[in-house]
Design a protein around this ligand. Structure first.
Ligand code: PEP
Ligand code: MG
Length: 686
């Protein structure tokens, strides 16, 4: 049930307060989750406050929420006053409980082809070290960037006049950010700019600025005082756990400077890049990075920030090497200095010898040639040296990604995460809307290609704004995946009908997530059968995700009743090892190559084989080059990988012999530790 709204003792004005919610977000409520919470709170007419012990803040203010400095595990309550107070409390508490969309931020469980940040370890001679924000290698010339100081008068004209200047600048800043957002292709960058837009509407920040204006300050001065005060409040928060929040102080400075520049009538310093630039700055704001000419930029380094900073997220989406937290000596390098930036090693070589440069060029050439070869053959089938065909398909969220997958040689879609099609809505999509989205993905593939649509997979770490779920002590072990669908059969049936309407446009497969018991599979199939009977669409295969140990252990029984299995190694690892997939301290240990997880995969393949059913893997292990030989050696015949990884995984498969992979798989599942497995796989890859 929703959090109970009760009138606290002494509550004035009819305020209602919800049950305490323990905050599940590893880094506390920083800018993005705070922005999501504010967006939801603003939908309610009631005044809403967030309480932590004696502290309380306005739940419609991103800045105030961030300044609360919340930590993982904090007990928070939502209080509301107004006509829709009870609904507001229920919805906001549910969102808090679900982590405001944050749990997926955690580091990946194993090294995938799209390498994630690793800390720098060693410093070579003439090399400055930093934290890898994005991997890759580049040889280029230093371009130093510093932000200008913006000067504004302290006093202004009439309060009315200054207020209207402030309003006009805020509106213009909103428009600028909206335009920047349009130019950004990636979702991560857009989410950051979205948080900036929220900050510009922050009522507490505005109130402070307006108070300054009313005291005869100029709009510029009052605004600067207001945003600096807020940024400092965040940056002054104590404790290592607040490193992320302190970083978000830079977001406030970033939007703050944008408005300030508009008020001062100055154009902020443009980063004018020559060809082949490696940009060095103390800090690059998301606005700076979003407006960079990416055709001229080879990489960048900032002395501030860490692997979780926004600039790191953007660098990864640009696909160029970048370092954060680099040695400040980098700021003293002369413009035009020739450098080698090694993202993966976390090093900026600033006095490379001609031999170093040659070597870097050779490595880059090898990497590029390999990528080119892989891309040239991407449309060919992936067949092992001993003739075993393995299907390489993609994990996608929408029709655009499905088209990208096909262009890169994807043979279909092995996992359409249907929940992503509608995650930005506040009302449930109708059958027609859903059908249009599924048909678009199916048409991007065509009748010859496989499309596996996973039914709604929410709960645990995946909130859905239009579907507030009840508060639970252990959401990962509660209403999650197919259990939500079975709990809300009307919603489930609507989705099933919509999916069936895509049949005929692609080779349609329906897959149920988080199946733990045969009863769940049977209940889901019964609802599907009713819709199949009503619509007359019969050419659909029905499979399950293997994400829970019980499903792997009973694979044989499940294989009698399902057409296929797709192993979700992200969740299977979490549930086999009892390690939260989003836990920052367990990220390294929660490794899909743990022999216990591999044994689960082996059992799934054996069970399926007894009934002639096929097994795919759609968790991140499928995109991990080191894991691929074991997976196919265990009997997996379909790999559903991240879109950019398709050509490389196909190329890798063509170099493997199935017989050798089978031998390897039998060997590693006898091991007791992940370290042994990884060591053996590394030797195999050599
Ligand atoms: C998985 O658990 O491996 C999986 C593919 O599903 P998701 O990551 O969406 O939970
Ligand atoms: Mg999963």
């Amino acid at each position: 049930m929703t959090p109970v709204a009760t009138a606290p003792e002494g509550a004035s004005g009819g305020a209602l307060t919800g049950d305490a919610v323990r905050l599940p977000i590893a880094a506390g409520l920083h800018a993005r989750p705070a922005a999501m919470l504010v967006a939801l709170a603003k939908k309610y007419q009631s005044a809403i406050r967030l309480l932590r012990g004696a502290d309380e803040v306005n739940a419609k203010s991103v800045v105030s929420i961030m300044s609360l400095g919340t930590q993982h595990g904090d007990l928070l309550r939502v209080q509301a006053t107004g006509a829709d107070a009870a609904e507001a409390i229920a919805a906001v508490s549910a969102l808090l409980l679900q982590g405001c969309g944050e749990a997926h931020e955690a580091a990946p469980t194993s090294a995938t082809l799209t390498t994630e940040p690793v800390p720098a370890v060693a410093t070579a001679a003439h090399a400055l070290s930093g934290v890898c924000a994005a991997p890759g290698l580049a040889v280029g010339r230093v371009v130093q960037f510093r932000q200008d100081v913006i000067v504004v008068a302290e006093t202004g004209e009439s309060a009315e006049r200054e207020r209207s200047k402030l309003d006009a600048a805020l509106t213009l800043a909103q428009q600028q950010i909206a335009a920047l957002k349009l130019g950004l292709a990636d979702a991560a960058g857009a989410a950051i700019l979205q948080a900036h837009q929220e900050l510009l509407q922050d009522p507490d920040l505005l109130e402070l600025a307006v108070a300054g204006v009313l005291q005869c300050q100029s709009a510029g001065h009052a605004w600067r005082v207001a945003f600096m005060q807020y940024a400092q409040r965040l940056e002054g928060l104590e404790g290592a756990h607040n490193a992320l929040l302190r970083e978000r102080g830079s977001d406030i400075r970033d939007v703050g400077r944008r408005v300030l520049a508009l008020l001062a009538g100055v154009t902020p310093a443009q980063i004018d890049l020559p060809q082949g630039a490696i940009l060095i700055a103390e800090e690059l704001t998301p606005s700076d990075t979003a407006s960079l000419d990416r055709s001229k930029l080879l990489g960048f380094c900032t002395t501030s920030g860490g692997a979780t900073s926004h600039v790191a997220i953007l660098a990864r989406s640009f696909g160029i090497p970048a370092l954060c937290g680099v040695d400040p000596a980098a700021l003293a390098l002369a413009q035009g200095t020739l450098v080698v930036l090694d993202g993966a090693q976390g090093l900026l070589h600033h006095r490379p010898s001609p031999a170093d440069i040659d070597q870097a060029h050779q490595r880059m050439a090898q990497q590029a040639a390999r990528r080119e070869q892989d891309a040239a053959l991407a449309q060919d089938a992936a067949v092992t040296t001993d003739g075993q065909r393995i299907e390489v398909v993609a994990n996608v969220r929408n029709a655009t990604e499905a088209r990208e997958a096909v262009a890169l040689g994807g043979e279909g879609v092995g996992l359409l995460r249907s929940e992503f099609l509608f995650d930005e809505r506040d009302t449930a999509p109708s059958e027609d809307e859903q059908a249009a989205a599924y048909i678009a993905v199916a048409q991007a593939l065509g009748p010859q290609r496989t499309l596996v649509i996973r039914t709604l997979d929410v709960g645990g770490d995946k909130p859905l704004p239009y579907l507030p779920l009840p508060k639970e002590d252990n959401p990962f072990l509660g209403l999650r995946g197919v259990r939500v669908s079975l709990d809300q059969p009307e919603m489930f049936r609507t989705q099933l009908r919509a999916i069936l309407r895509a049949s005929g446009q692609a080779r349609l497969h329906i897959m149920f997530p988080m199946i733990a018991t045969l009863e769940e599979l049977r209940a889901a199939k019964a609802l599907l059968a009713a819709e199949v009977a009503a619509t007359g669409q019969r050419d659909v295969k029905v499979g399950i995700m293997i994400e829970v140990p019980s499903a792997a252990l009973l694979a044989e029984q499940f294989a009698r009743e399902a057409d296929f299995f797709s192993i979700g190694t992200n969740d299977l690892t979490q549930y086999t090892l009892a390690m939260d997939r989003g836990h920052p301290k367990l990220a390294k240990q929660a490794d899909g190559l743990h022999p216990a997880v591999l044994k689960m995969i082996a059992l799934s393949c054996e069970g399926a084989a007894r009934h002639g059913k096929w097994v795919g893997v759609c968790g991140s292990l499928a995109s991990d080059a080191m894991a691929v030989p074991v997976l196919i050696g265990l009997g997996v015949s379909e790999l559903s990988v991240s879109v950019p990884a398709i050509p490389a995984i196909k190329a890798l498969l063509r170099r493997l012999s199935l017989a050798e992979c089978q031998g390897l798989a039998q060997e590693v599942i006898q091991f007791g530790t992940t370290a042994q497995v990884r060591a053996r796989l590394a030797a195999f890859a050599d």
